[in-house]
Design a protein around this ligand. Sequence first.
Ligand code: UD1
Length: 418
Amino acid sequence: MDKLRIIGGTPLTGEISISGAKNAALPILCASLLTADTITLTNVPKLNDIATTFKLLNQLGVKAVRNSDDSVCMTADQVTTLEAPYELVKTMRASILVLGPLLARFGEARVSLPGGCAIGQRPVDQHIQGLAALGADIKIEHGFVVARATRLKGAVVRTDMVTVTGTENLMMAAVLAEGQTILENAAREPEVIDLAKLLIKMGAKIKGHGTDRIVIDGVESLHGATHRVIPDRIEAGSFLCAVGAAGGKIMLRDAAPETMGATISKLQEAGLHIAVGPDWIEASMSTRPKAVDMRTIEYPGFATDMQAQLMALNALADGTSVIVETIFENRYMHVQELRRLGAHIDIDGHTAIVRGVPKLSGATVMATDLRASASLVIAGLAAEGETLVERIYHLDRGYERMEHKLRQLGANIERTTH
Ligand code: UD1
């Protein structure tokens, strides 16, 4: 199994490019199911979760081709099955995103229920209730969500909580429904906006994306379109935390600072000097970070997907910080691994108290989920001596060649296969 070997203590300097956003690309790839025409996408990152989505869509009969110019063409003109099997859904929960499009276009879908997930229970009840409100006959049978509808009918749908993939699934279902759908309490994440922009290019009638009330007037059919996926705000934020922890000066190209919500201001509070342009972010750090409190919340608040990485920075900070995780109930699995590196962190329910230490010391640690892996890499870059991060298949799900990019910034990091 692959590991990352890091010798900490080298400040980061140089320039890298930020890849396309995983969480925007996943629903966008699934949106190709909504039309028989070709959808051409650029800036699709090369990640394991994207490969899993290709596999799933291929299995449904979608032709997915990666061209040499790095664009991806998706054509769903011969969908052969309407079933997403357990083997694929269990490895990636976002597979549930085929449910809305399959049901809307073909009137039927069978999608395996995603299993439990390391960071929390993550049910899909809101996706199911929302589709039922749009008129679907929907039930759970033999571990599958089984949904049928001759044609979905527009309705007002108010989800009990803000759900990102829930909003995306319902938006993709509603674009082909008869009449108007209003999604209340909708997610406002940049990835939801990016999906809406693609759907509009395909002929959908959507207003209010980026607010908590999305209004969709259903159309009879959609057509092909070309779209560039937005830059990954979590990847960019992770590199900013890395320079915050290891020190140095870096330039992130092909980034989208306007999508980064509270991340940039939080990192400035921690002591980073950050300058931004339309598509770049320059960041430098020459002192020990300052401890910063944070509470994860829906966009544009501080992202739960950045919590673990900022905690690594707080572990080294001058002072004590209080972190509250409000989105997922079990998202502190990196804590015991950060402790192995010498961090002082106490957990009380949803709250973590981090007492910053002047130095971390390298050790062997185990990645437990995607963002936890990134936090261990960040801590390892700043720690004294050698850190071995095991089980980095989690990291490969969501970061494109992270160790290559870090090496480009001068870090002493390599992948080992034994
Ligand atoms: C998406 C992101 C993930 C991010 C999360 C929160 C993708 C592919 N993944 O995940 O990286 O961490 O948003 O920003 O975009 N919930 C229910 N029932 C539902 C749906 C959600 O109870 O039907 C709960 C979840 O358990 C969680 C909260 O709502 O506590 C928010 O989850 P949600 O926004 O749906 O997360 P995902 O869309 O799965």
